[in-house]
Every structure is written in C-alpha cells, then in structure tokens.
Design a protein around this ligand. Structure first.
Ligand code: GLC
Length: 564
C-alpha cells in the first residue's frame, strides 16, 4: 500500500502469440506484418501495451522459446526492419511494445552452443553447463520440465549438458560473467530501439544448486522434479540485481517476470521498491486444478470459494510488497472459459463475469489473444494432433504413471498449451481470415461462428464487453480507484467473489456471481449505488443485493462506515 505511482501501473496489456495471430505472407504462420495489419483492432479494443511472445531467430522447437540469435528475427516472422516498423506503428497509436526475454536458456542451434560443442577449448563452452558422466549415467537424477533427464549426452564425449526445459534448450551458465555481460549488452540493444520493456521468461531458473546433489525421486520415471534444485535458489538475487542494474534501470523500462517458486514473504525482493522487476505473474490460482504446472495428470477438484481464497491471498501479498500482473490466460494455459467455468464455458454471461472478476483486481490486467472473444479449449482426438512439446511429454508421462491412453488424452486436452495456440479467428471465412493457406495448427471447430468480425457487429458480444471493461478502467469516472486503489476481500456466499477497491473517499464494492443460481448478499454499505454492471443491473432492497446467475456489479459508496 502507499506505493509511489509508476507509469506502467495504468497499462492494459494484450499478449500476442505471433505464430498464431495473423499470417500476412501466406505461409500458414503468423508474422510481424500480420500484427502491424491489426494494430487498429488492438487500438479499438483499447489496450495500451503489447507483449509479443519471442520473435527472435529460432528453430521453433518450443515456438521461439529456443532462441538461436537474440539480435535477429525469425525469418518466418519477418526482419529487424519489420520489428522497427511495429514499434513505430504501435507508438503512433499510443501502444507500447514489450518483448519476451528468454535468457535462462538458448537454442542448441545458437552459435555459442555450436562452438561449445565443436571445440572444448572454446570460451563459449563456459556459457553452458557441461558435466562428466557418473559411471556412464547422467550427473544427477533431476527431471526436466518437458520430461526426461535435465542432462543430455554430448555426442562423442563422456559428458552431458544441462537443460531445464527441452533438450534443444540448453541452459545458459549464469555463473559465467562474460556470458552475463553479453546478455546485458543484448538487452540494452533492444531497449535502445524504443521498446517499453520485457516479459522475462522462466527467470527463477537461472541459478542452480551447485552441489548437484540427487533429489528423492517423485515419479514412475524414477526422476525428481528439477524445480527443488534449480528454481529460486539461494544466491539468485545477486544475478537478478546485476541484470536490473546493468539494463532495466538505465532505461526505466517495465519488466514482468515469469517467476514461479517465489514465496509470498520474498515478494519484496522481486517487486518491492528496489525489487528486481516491476511485476511478476503469480501462478498459484491459475494452477488450482492440478498438483503442479508440470503434472497435468494429478488433477485436483476445486470450488469457487477456493479460487476466491487463492486470488485474495495473492492480491493481499502483492499489495503488501508492490504490484501484480493479473491474468486468466496465456500461451501456456488452457482457455480460461473452459478451465474456470467448466460446463458454463459457452455461457456468455459467465464468460463476461469471469473477465470482469480478474480485470478489476489491483494490478495490470493482461489479456491473451482470443480471450476477448471468449474462446474455449479445442478438444483433440489423438496425440498426433498436438504440436506442443509438453503436451506430448505429459501424455507419455500419464501413461507411465499407469493411466489409460483415454485418460492421458483427457488430461492433455484439459491442459494442453495448444488450446490457446490455435490461429486467431478474424472472421468466418476459410482459415478464419488468419491465412489463405492451411495454418500450422488447426483452427478451432467453432471459428465460423466464434470470430472477431461476428463479435464486432454484436453489441452484446464478449469482444464489445471487453472494450467496455477496458474503457471503464482506463477512462471511466472511477479510473483512479480502479487503477491505483487498495484492495480487500469482502465476505460473500460461496459462488461469489467480492472485493473492495478504495482510494481517498471513493469505495467501489465489486461483486461477481460465478455460479448458476441467484444469490442474495448482505451489503456492507447499504447506501451503495450501482455504477457498472452486466446483464440488466441488480436489484438492491433494504441493504440486500440480489445477483442473478453469472451477474456482476460494481457498487459505489462514499463513507467507509456505511450510510446508517
Ligand atoms: C516459459 C514460457 C513457455 C516456454 C518455457 C521455456 O514457461 O512461457 O512457453 O516453453 O518458458 O522457455
């Protein structure tokens, strides 16, 4: 609370997965010119900043999260000139650009790694982590995030290299000061181009437990999740502080870190006044349906009450230390409508209330492409239909853990990263206006009806609802309260999520019914009046609020103690 204002607090971010946004050159793959072509759509939506997933040169084993040249653009996506044009064209529309910084690892096709492999005396060998075999076995029993050992044998040598993610994503050795300086130079090179900042990928993995001790196995593969030995390890702060001092601080840029494994008590180090980053994503409520982000087969039942508790604990911790990055979808998550609404995924009132519920939380709202249309998961029939590395690994691991192929498919369909990666449906024509040739990944079955063009013309559409949400936060009469106001949870019935935003004399009580029945809530402020709502507005009588199924409302009052 009481934090000084920073320019990035008032932003609304839209995340673009370039491969699936819009194909301008008819190769079935989205590209930078495709983004430029649609900047008017984004401006009309009202977003102020774009997070563009990696556009750098890459063999695309993990769709760009495997960078083979940080200062070149993937030819499928365009050129440096296209990137410059995007920055400029976006700027003309008042939109800032945030790029994705993938510096825990590179691609194995990066020249640094190639040189390290071909010549053991090359200095680039120190940029990666090589270890000798232990009696012909990998140096430790740690499991990589995308399955199998973190260690991959080096052809023709009795040694292994380390990878937290896929085997084509060797980890960079942050213990090496020469490498660190090269990374900082690269970061500054991009910042000098006029981007607003970075989303920082998998950054809590850069420090490893240098004792390289085995861990207790935790799966049928007899390996142990590497996170306990390679995520947010003691000493990481030295690297993160140095990174910030040498790059971000000089440009006063925004940084949004993917930083899993940070305890709430440690948030001050990460997002406090002198923290390493501007904001971080908290995955605790996004992963409420599974035991961990890398174990999709360990499904967990959950209730709206648990979702509410997780969100509010997260919000209170973020508020105590700094600022949060709020999201319900991204390129690694299933579609929010399917995950959070389950059987009600096709109910547009439910989709709207879910959107509003997270949008008015304290922090910067992030919208993932297609979320603003209420897109749902894509159910596939066969594992061969998936492109995503981790979907294939999770399928195999589920079977190894004793599940049937049908059960394994079910887990993967619920969680696959390909749910969110289907090409963007611009209209109802063949290939949805995404491309005029067959796209790299199938369109959703619903796209002939569920697409941007159809929703533009429908005043009740989810798309027009998102425009309203954004305008109300950014330009409405309560923008100060909705952007900078404090947050606290409100008591509510079990299917309702409710919280209070307040600043100065303004109090906004926000109510979201995430259930299919009408509920009555006793109002803490009986004098409250509705200033924003979904559906036809709510019924308030004698201090009791009646919320219809899937309805939301914001009530305003001026006195903290109520009117009586
Ligand atoms: C992050 C990215 C994910 C990627 C992984 C490895 O989690 O969001 O898409 O696969 O890092 O770079």
């Amino acid at each position: 609370m009481g934090m000084d204002k920073n320019w990035w607090q008032k932003e609304v971010v839209y995340q673009i997965y370039p491969k699936s946004f819009c194909d301008s050159n008819c190769d079935g793959i989205g590209d930078i010119q495709g983004i430029i072509k649609n900047l008017d759509y984004l401006q009309d939506l009202g977003v102020t900043m774009l997070w563009i997933c990696p556009i750098f040169q890459s063999p695309m084993d993990d769709n760009g999260y495997d960078v083979s040249d940080y200062q070149a653009i993937a030819p499928q996506f365009g050129t440096i000139a296209d990137a410059d044009e995007l920055i400029e064209q976006a700027k003309q529309r008042g939109i800032k650009i945030v790029l994705d910084l993938v510096i825990n690892h590179s691609s194995d096709e990066h020249t640094w790694f190639q040189q390290a492999l071909s010549d053991p005396d090359n200095p680039c060998r120190g940029y990666y982590i090589f270890k000798p075999a232990q009696n012909g076995q990998p140096p430790t029993n740690w499991r990589s995030i995308f399955g199998g050992s973190v260690w991959e044998p080096v052809p023709g040598r009795e040694e292994y290299y380390y990878h937290t993610f896929g085997k084509k994503q060797p980890d960079l050795n942050w213990e090496n000061p020469v490498l660190r300086q090269k990374l900082y130079d690269m970061v500054n090179w991009w910042l000098d181009k006029g981007i607003a900042g970075f989303r920082v990928d998998a950054i809590t993995f850069i420090k490893k437990d240098l004792t390289w001790a085995n861990r207790t196995p935790d799966g049928a593969d007899e390996l142990a999740n590497c996170s306990t030995a390679s995520r947010n390890q003691p000493g990481i702060g030295t690297f993160l502080h140095e990174l910030k001092e040498n790059t971000f601080d000089k440009h006063k840029c925004v940084t949004i870190a993917e930083a899993p494994g940070v305890a709430y008590e440690e948030l001050g180090d990460f997002i406090g006044e002198h923290g390493y980053f501007s904001m971080i994503f908290d995955f605790r409520y996004a992963d409420l349906d599974i035991a961990s982000g890398s174990e999709w087969f360990k499904r967990l039942p959950w209730t709206v009450r648990e979702l509410r508790d997780k969100i509010m604990v997260s919000q209170m911790a973020l508020q105590k230390h700094g600022w949060g990055a709020n999201f319900i979808e991204n390129h690694d998550q299933p579609r929010a409508a399917t995950k959070y609404l389950r059987d009600a995924q096709g109910n547009s009132d439910a989709v709207k209330t879910l959107g509003a519920m997270y949008f008015f939380l304290r922090g910067v709202p992030f919208i993932y492409q297609g979320q603003e249309l209420g897109m749902t998961n894509f159910e596939r029939q066969d594992i061969s239909e998936f492109n995503d590395l981790s979907s294939i690994d999770q399928y195999n691991r589920s079977i190894l853990e004793g599940f049937s192929p049908e059960q394994a498919m079910h887990f993967v369909n619920l969680r696959s990263r390909d749910n969110a990666r289907t090409p963007f449906p611009w209209n109802g024509e063949q290939y949805g206006g995404f491309s005029i040739v067959k796209p790299w990944l199938s369109m959703t079955q619903e796209y002939p009806e569920l697409n941007a063009a159809a929703q533009q013309n429908d005043p009740d559409s989810v798309l027009n609802f998102y425009k309203n949400l954004i305008a109300f936060r950014q330009k409405g009469p309560y923008q100060d309260c909705l952007i900078y106001g404090d947050i606290e949870p409100l008591e509510s019935s079990s299917d309702v999520i409710a919280y209070r935003r307040s600043i100065g004399e303004t109090i906004l009580d926000c109510w979201f019914n995430l259930g299919g029945t009408t509920v009555e809530e006793r109002l803490p402020q009986p004098d409250a009046v509705q200033v924003w709502h979904t559906q036809k507005g709510v019924d308030i009588q004698n201090g009791t609020l009646r919320l219809a199924p899937w309805q939301s409302v914001i009530l305003k009052s001026n006195t903290k103690n109520g009117g009586n």
